[in-house]
Design a protein around this ligand. Structure first.
Ligand code: F6R
Length: 606
């Protein structure tokens, strides 16, 4: 959470920073700010405000854009409310600072360094700036080394010292910083997407290494002052954004892209009609020898894990746990060297998932990360990585990342079935025949988006909504409910429909909107009978039903027919329909679909 950026080069820094902050805005959009330092005059300009980067741009529009060295920030508030004063950068004496992370012991530091009178904001960041300033006697390295020894928590700090106008300094613990160098200067940022399209190589700043950003080079030093060799990697995925195209919001564009990105995700992993994970470097022994599988993930990524669990248990007959990464360690999980941990994450930076993965690896587990953003922290921490080919996902609500995660997980389970002797060639072929149909079946749903839009219009005034399903339908709906609540602000809960009578049914009254999916042949009778129970109590039921399932002569508020696939694969068309439902409700309510309130795309604080 929070995006940080620094630029030192030949061009106007204000333009560079604003551009990068726009690319980083999905990490937080409460407030934004930048500080520039003119090397010739030594003058500092600090601009910040509550609101979006667009508001910051307005403030900067009449500035003379002459400085070529500066730092910037887009905030997701942790300590202190959303206002101009709490926005970054923070200045204390000669120090200007932006920060991503949480300094847990900031109150102790206020007492220890007697900072009470000098702080203007409620942020932990200003405390760090003040401590740095206390230690700063003209030697940035000394001040940084002394300061970080006092800090508890996670941090990515980017600092300018007013009397050192030629250099930007950075240091981090856990929270990411990447850096790149091109013919126009040097840059650092919270993620590769913000480095600009001209860089083709980047480095991940190692933890507790002091980074100096000069105009034409990046220097690294350990805390003892010894130079550290930078390790550059290729940027081998397209970080340019081609905008929203013909769509009003990225969310719609990303929903519509799913058939293509799922195909791309499968393409290199299906060779001569067989699942082949050799390109991912995942050895068959890892898949064959594990005795347990455990997923650690958050939010939507965790829901992808739940779908995989059904598959693992039905196809492989293996035990699989799916854990909220944030709860994982507190449950004393049973993990050993026979456990295969799957860490699923779009951003690859979710701190809870990262910490859960580290914990599992310490206990001896082998790990595979299913990640969208190449080179991200979780990808680097894991034994093996399987990348999804979703491409940049800009809308905060995850759509194409989720379904490409599913595609990877389905292929992983398919390969496990093969190497464990569950699938013979014929079974693998039948499984893959279904898998490769998923993009077309989703496309059929997407082609009927106007019908789903009509259904959405009926839900605009709802305060609460419920989603009901059993088995795999329940897992599908957990994600459907998350999507609806996060973008439409309608309080929505998914329930296992068999649980209704144990309490939840008390919430159903006249016209309560209930969304149900009925996609599993063997569960359909029970699901339909649970739906009748809520209908008898006045619920208005919208049904997404697999083509071919007989609804007898029952009546529903709305019925949308999903193209039929083998039950296990119905998650693909059903998810597309539920995503569109959430999208249209949000859009028709006039909300900022791509940036729902209070959220950030990358969650780097616990
Ligand atoms: C919801 C959503 C979140 C993320 C979660 C994990 O639409 O996007 O629930 O799935 O924050 O993020 P990643 O996948 O980046 O680890």
């Amino acid at each position: 959470m929070c995006g940080i950026v620094g630029y030192n080069g030949k061009d106007s820094v204000t333009d560079q920073l604003l551009e990068s902050l726009e690319l980083l805005e999905y990490r937080g959009y409460d407030s934004a700010g930048l500080a520039t330092l003119n090397e010739t005059t030594g003058k500092v300009k600090l601009r910040k405000c509550a609101g979006r980067v667009a508001d910051l741009r307005k403030i900067c529009q009449n500035d003379k854009k002459i400085s070529t060295c500066g730092i910037g920030h887009t905030r997701w508030a942790t300590h202190g409310g959303v206002n101009d004063v709490n926005a970054h950068p923070h200045r204390s004496g000669d120090v200007l600072l932006v920060h991503n992370g949480i300094v847990e012991n900031y109150e102790e530091l206020i007492d220890h360094f007697m900072l009470h009178k000098e702080l203007k904001s409620q942020t932990d960041t200003e405390v760090v700036a003040a401590v740095l300033n206390k230690f700063y006697q003209g030697d940035p390295h000394e001040a940084i080394c002394k300061t970080v020894k006092y800090l508890k928590g996670t941090f990515a700090l980017v600092v300018m010292f007013v009397d050192q106008p030629e250099v930007i300094y950075a240091i981090r613990n856990v929270s990411p910083i990447v850096a790149a160098c091109n013919q126009n200067g040097t840059m650092l940022a919270s993620d590769v997407a913000a480095l600009g399209s001209t860089a083709d190589k980047y480095m991940v700043i190692p933890e507790y290494v002091i980074t100096e950003l000069h105009k034409n080079e990046i220097k690294l030093f350990d805390l003892k002052g010894k130079p550290v060799e930078p390790h550059f990697m290729d940027i081998d995925w397209d970080t340019t954004r081609d905008g929203k195209g013909k769509y009003p919001f990225y969310m719609e564009k990303e929903i519509m892209e799913q058939p293509d990105v799922i195909k791309a995700t499968m393409e290199e992993r299906i060779i001569d009609g067989k699942i082949d994970l050799s390109g991912d470097g995942v050895p068959d022994e890892v898949l064959r020898d594990c005795e347990r599988i455990c997923v650690v993930a958050c939010g939507t990524a965790m829901h992808a894990g739940l779908v995989a669990k059904s598959l693992v248990q039905s196809r492989l007959g293996m035990h699989m746990n799916v854990e909220y990464a944030s709860e994982f360690m507190y449950g004393n999980p049973v993990i050993d060297e026979k456990t295969l941990v799957l860490a699923i994450s779009q951003s690859g930076e979710t701190i809870d998932t990262l910490e859960a993965l580290k914990y599992a690896r310490k206990k001896g587990a082998k790990s595979i990360a299913v990640i969208n953003v190449k080179g991200s922290s979780i990808a680097r921490e894991s034994d093996y990585v399987m990348y999804t080919s979703a491409g940049p996902e800009i809308a905060v609500a995850s759509t194409k990342a989720y379904t490409t995660q599913l595609a990877v997980l389905f292929l992983l389970v398919g390969r496990m079935a093969k190497v464990r002797g569950v699938f013979d060639d014929g079974a693998e072929k039948a499984y893959l025949e279904n898998m490769v149909q998923a993009p077309d079946k989703m496309q059929q749903v997407l082609d009927q988006k106007h019908d789903i839009h009509k259904i959405a219009r009926e839900m605009l005034d709802a305060k609460d909504a419920y989603m009901l399903g059993r088995g795999l339908d329940y897992s599908i709906l957990l994600e459907g409910a998350l999507k609806l609540k996060e973008v439409s602000y309608i309080h929505t809960e998914a329930y296992a429909s068999g649980e209704l009578k144990h309490g939840t049914i008390a919430l159903i009254t006249e016209n309560t909107p209930v969304v149900a999916t009925v996609t599993q042949e063997k569960l359909k009778d029970k699901e339909l009978s649970n739906i009748r129970e809520v209908q008898s109590r006045g619920a208005s039921v919208v049904l997404f039903v697999k083509d071919g399932i007989d609804l007898a002569d029952a009546e529903y508020a709305d019925v949308f027919t999903l193209p039929a696939m083998m039950d296990e694969f119905m998650v693909f068309p059903a998810s597309a329909a539920l995503q569109l439902l959430a999208y249209y409700v949000s859009m028709d309510k006039g909300l900022d679909v791509d940036k729902p309130r209070n959220l950030a795309k990358v969650v780097t604080v616990e």
